[in-house]
Design a protein around this ligand. Structure first.
Ligand code: AMP
Ligand code: ZN
Length: 114
């Protein structure tokens, strides 16, 4: 996807602070962190949102979760815990239309919506 900012990061066309990468997933620091650890876990395949997940591409969700565990361990927050958040669509506030999960941690988090 030519105009997708996360595809450009995956292709190395724009910089990012990458904390984990394998052949299917990349994880990099969010440019506007809301917590001491705020990393975006992104499948390398361009999928717009979790609404586009199906039987052909759904294995990327396992890849994302395994990558999240590796990132949490690497960044020292695995034992204390973290949140993995996905925003899907306009009402949820999704701004980048390439599926991603926010991994947030490094502090005790406040009230939960759910
Ligand atoms: P969402 O609002 O759930 O779609 O999340 C998109 C996230 O991408 C936001 O938290 C942004 O701060 C982050 N973001 C946008 N552009 C970049 C970038 N070039 N590098 C790192 N994070 C970015
Ligand atoms: Zn993309």
């Amino acid at each position: 996807m030519e105009d997708c900012i996360f595809c450009k990061i995956i292709d190395g066309k724009i910089p990012a602070t990458v904390v984990y990468e394998d052949d299917r997933v990349i994880a990099f620091r969010d440019i506007q962190p809301v917590a001491p650890v705020h990393v975006l876990i992104v499948p390398k395949q361009h999928i717009q949102s979790i609404r586009e997940i199906n039987e052909n591409n759904g294995s990327c969700l396992i890849d994302i979760h395994m990558a999240a565990n590796k990132v949490a361990e690497k960044l020292g927050i695995w034992d204390k815990g973290y949140r993995l958040i996905n925003n899907c669509g306009a009402d949820a506030g999704q701004t980048v239309l390439h599926l991603h999960y926010h991994l947030i941690g490094g502090m005790a988090m406040g009230p939960k919506i759910i």
